[in-house]
Design a protein around this ligand. Structure first.
Ligand code: NDP
Length: 345
């Protein structure tokens, strides 16, 4: 079967592409520039052109351009043969950054309107699509009232808070985008169903092209900063105390397309608890030559609260069949290797 991945240039999406291609899917991915599309194709020099293509969608909120692309894709698939129908869409594209000047234009609109534009375009022009998988976030489930996260909670953040306080903008962009997606399914009753994948902080080795370490995706930045010695006096607060490996997150997206009973579910995909101290220890254990870049032992303080929330990822294990990589040390070690390969450590 064929699939569309929206936002194929990203950290998580690059791994999703790897898995889809390895499993024999034909893939069309949207990117924002031909340059990033070509960088993706360069990673698969032996792959025939009809297995992986990119299309440039400059504005993910533009329903018309998405509709045009999906219509062309359906026509193309129909011409090819009916045994490879175009049946799934994975929507990962959304800004994940803490640096922006306009919360609405740069963060909320691309996340929320981008999600509804993808759903609208699929409904209008791709009747063969059976499922859309959305990359949401643990932050969309985050709620101080919750003691054990099981994938059912919602972040109470509002649009007003998102606009007024940049600390809430990203979390609101994810929460409101996911809510808009479920509301679309309820009100529009399309012929496809929806699955959301909700990861906490995602670490792991890079597959996407980056020109330099300045361009590392947001969740890997703390590891980059540690190995570059930016926290050599003191570690910053951990923030979210759960992590997951990018390779498991990517597999969860692909399984979410494949497993019939995944439809209609939100999946918390978390591997374990973590803190910046644990990450620093993983760097030291796997790369002792970088020891001097990190705070001295007595300054390495674990800020995990004694009553830190629990999590239950049983649904992802049972329905999606994911065996989560549980070694933060290995994940961080692999991440450091891949950062070193970019150069600049
Ligand atoms: P990246 O920054 O590597 O990827 C983000 C992707 O979204 C890129 O393909 C990027 O395209 C695209 N994108 C960003 N802004 C826009 C925009 N305004 N319009 C269209 N496309 C845009 O990060 P990740 O791979 O980590 O993020 C992928 C998804 O996963 C996001 O939805 C993020 O919210 C979610 N997520 C990530 C977590 C993590 O810890 N990494 C945790 C939970 C959720 P371009 O390359 O052109 O910039």
């Amino acid at each position: 079967p064929a699939n569309v991945v929206a936002g194929g240039s990203g950290f998580i999406a690059s791994r999703i592409l790897d898995i889809l291609i390895e499993k024999g899917y034909d893939v069309v991915t949207t990117v924002r520039s031909a340059q990033s599309g070509n960088k993706i194709l360069e990673r698969y020099p032996k792959l025939s052109q009809d297995r992986l293509q990119y299309v440039v969608v400059e504005d993910i909120t533009n329903v018309n351009s998405l509709t045009l692309i999906l219509t062309k894709m359906c026509d193309y698939q129909a011409l090819q043969s009916s045994n490879r129908p175009f049946d799934g869409v994975i929507h990962t594209a959304a800004p994940f950054t803490q640096t922006f000047s306009d919360p609405v234009k740069e963060m909320l609109d691309p996340a929320i309107k981008g999600t509804t534009a993808v759903l609208k375009a699929v409904k209008q022009s791709a009747p063969s699509v059976k499922r859309v998988v959305l990359t949401s976030s643990f932050i969309a489930m985050f709620n101080p009232q919750v003691a054990v996260y099981d994938g059912t909670s919602w972040n109470p953040v509002t649009r007003d808070e998102a606009v007024q306080n940049p600390r809430f903008t990203y979390s609101a962009s994810k929460t409101l985008a996911e809510k808009a997606a479920w509301a679309f399914i309820d009100s529009e009753k399309p012929s496809f169903d929806l699955v959301s994948i909700n990861p906490p902080l995602v670490f792991g080795p890079l597959r996407q092209h980056i020109a330099s370490l300045d361009k590392v995706n947001t969740s890997n930045q703390r590891i980059r900063d540690m190995v570059q010695g930016k926290f050599s006096d003191k570690l910053p607060p951990t923030g979210i105390h759960l992590w997951v490996d990018v390779r498991d997150v990517a597999l969860a997206h692909v399984r979410a397309l494949e497993v019939p009973q995944a439809g209609g579910n939100r999946f918390l995909v978390a591997a374990g608890h973590m803190s910046n101290k644990k990450i620093a220890e993983a760097v030291i254990a796997t790369h002792p030559e970088l020891r001097s870049r990190l705070p001295a032992a007595e300054q390495l303080v674990d800020d995990t609260p004694p009553n830190v929330y629990g999590f239950d990822n049983a649904k992802a294990v049972e329905v999606l069949g994911i065996t989560f990589r549980s070694s933060l040390r290995e994940c961080v070690g692999d991440t450091v290797e891949s950062l070193a390969a970019v150069g600049g450590i």
